[in-house]
Design a protein around this ligand. Sequence first.
Ligand code: BJ8
Length: 425
Amino acid sequence: MANENVQMWTELNIDLKSHDTLLNALGPIFQEVYLSQKNRPAGMGFYDFVVGDIHGIRVKELREHAKNGGKVVATYCVFVPEELVWAADAIPVGLCAGTQFSVPIAEEVLPRNTCALIKSSFGFKLGRVCPYVQASHLIVGETTCDGKKKMFEMLGQLQPVYVMEVPNKKTERSRELWQGEVLAFKDVIEKLTGNKITAKKLGEAIDLVNQRRVALQRLYNLRKNRPVPISGKDALLATQVSFYDDAKRDTQMLNALCDELDKRVAAGQGVAPKNAPHILISGSPMAIPNWKLHHIIESAGAVVVCEESCTGTRFFSDLVKPTERNLDAQLKAIADRYMNIHCACFTPNDERPDDVVRLAKEYQADGVIHYNLQFCHTYANEAVKMEKRLGKEGIPLLRIETDYSDEDSGQLRTRIEAFLEMIRK
Ligand code: BJ8
């Protein structure tokens, strides 16, 4: 198997030496952050397996698909409507870029004062260490932030890239622009795959993705219980895996995990005492293996019960509304659903603080930690607004700005412990 993988990675033009270093570093981190947890749901065994074989079976499945004439479409943002990809019999893969490993590689080209997510993404391609990037036939970018926009220009010199224009406002004119973008994306995918997207295929794809969203909603709803039946780290991992696993299998595994959590809740069984502080994290997405903040919070005795982020509620809260099976109505429903993602790239974006207040109440969070990646101006700015808004609501907030390195871990730990001490009173 290991040899099979090496052969596959070689065919994908992976830098094997560098890739070995990456995988060898991941094992001990996963052991420390995940496998050391006590009283985990048995259903997490699947996710442990997925991480243990992170560049193995799934990449092999994508390769098989490609050998049979199928296409793989990689994305970096939850704005890209994956339904259109599935409907053309292609496979979408949400690329993760949560490791410091690829940051120095990117810094040889990109300005250092670029957010870690962008640097990590670009470093994966430049360093040829990610088989998912290498296995994809098209990378779909978006214009959500300036750093990404310019990075996609450079990425386009190394691999085929298509960029969707995400509007910055939520006006009627912006909605029209976005509908046009969704339509244009349909054409791009049809051209790439040679497959026509029909109303029947699109209807099936909408159902497929909606079912996964419903399963994630179920998982998150279970986190509203006290004691909470699953750690924030485990829930985050299950969400992160949803970005690149097969959607049908992923839905099944999520529902199996939720069945187990239902029983835990009925038995009053949790991963932390009832009085452990419950924390809501709001802000930038956390891609595998960015588990830093959750690990610090949960090592300090609190539990993360919700993430208002694109690796959290923004990924699955809204479904594509059911429509009659006709392409125009379906494409409009898709465009509407995606325009409702309250990313900080929008101005104004008052819906996001509203969401955080609502979620903090729904999840009975004792405090909110606003997390933004260093050099991400949109989320850093919204942190200021969030602080004012939550202050008015009497919800304690801690603002954290960090990157993927471990350099500030000690300092973060001290600040988080002090915050937990304050909300415990
Ligand atoms: S919809 S949050 S996934 S853009 S952290 S790269 S914004 S400088 S990640 Fe995002 Fe889509 Fe929005 Fe979600 Fe830029 Fe900020 Fe970096 Fe960011």
